[in-house]
Design a protein around this ligand. Sequence first.
Ligand code: 3PG
Ligand code: MG
Length: 397
Amino acid sequence: MKAFRTLDQADVKGQRVLVRVDLNVPMENGRITDATRIERVLPTIREIAEKGGRVILLAHFGRPKGRDPKESLRPVTEAVAQHLGKPVAFAEDCIGESAAGAVDALKDGDVLLLENTRFHAGEEKNEAGFVSELAKLGDVYVNDAFSAAHRAHASTEGLARKLPAYAGRSMQAELDALTKGLEAPARPLVAVVGGAKVSTKIDLLENLVGKVDALVIGGGMANTFLHAAGIGIGKSLAEKDLAETALRIIARARETGCAILLPVDGVCAYEFKAGALNRTYGIDAIPDDQMILDVGSQSIERINAAINDAATLVWNGPLGAFEIAPFDQGTVATARHAAERTRQGKLVSVAGGGDTVAALNHAGVADDFTYVSTAGGAFLEWLEGKQLPGVEALRQG
Ligand code: 3PG
Ligand code: MG
């Protein structure tokens, strides 16, 4: 695999540096509810500014169809400035006169944020003309947005092929962590995959059974596997039409020697509700009129034992209905166990995906994992074994 260039190789002094960042932060009523993505890109911005580069931030926000004031990056500018501890200028457009004027006004070490790249159709279409318009604004390109690297857009892919391109520090850290997690992991390698549906994770499961030594399946998707194996799951959420897919994945795991760990007991309730009356049953004794909402204590013990055997852990998706107590306990207990093993230096733990980060934060252990990716779709595509266009474009030709 070709290596990619990092900021170590970039000469940014006095240069106009176009830096692609992911500022697609969650917002409620104009307030940012989680600034993790902003924090992640600060080291790259600071380093370029301190080296005397002129930082021009490129980012998308939401999924606008054309220019839409509701999806402006203007409100994010102030947050970036606060976290950075220095002023950040803003330009009303990411190309054209307003962008060029704002870029011209920059001095070495200054920072500028350009308006949402997705206000132009050329962004998502990766149009050559739009790429050229962006490229006019910079001398060098740095991509620090792993979480948008599964998109072959102008600002994530096109520009990397047009200007001298480098990985930023956050992109670099992400790729290092992901390589340690799946490309060249210390073994045994164990994956924990949860979440509601098998249908959204078929490619991921098929890729993982070819790579990991053991695969723990939890969450709603475990029910689909249990049902496919002929086990009664009562009223549990399941995709019964995917029984064949589940059996194919199990058969493939048998071929590759990957152990599959399904729940051996389940915490059951009559309704999906916080605080619902519940009881734990063995997996072959799930009552017809109840639903499984979490893994039971024996399953937790087995999962923790698998984590004890592992040198590397890759985690995506909660093991139960973690958003409603007490059905968060399986996820919390196993996440804390993985965190403990990581703190002891016995485990490399890599986690990612939207719900996963929320679940680890809920368990209070996100900081204890070796690496937690802020990427949703990009993390999943990487787990699926796919090449990410934004990453591929950074590799040296
Ligand atoms: C994300 O939020 O997952 C990234 O910013 C990518 O956004 P997108 O899914 O709209 O391309
Ligand atoms: Mg997304």
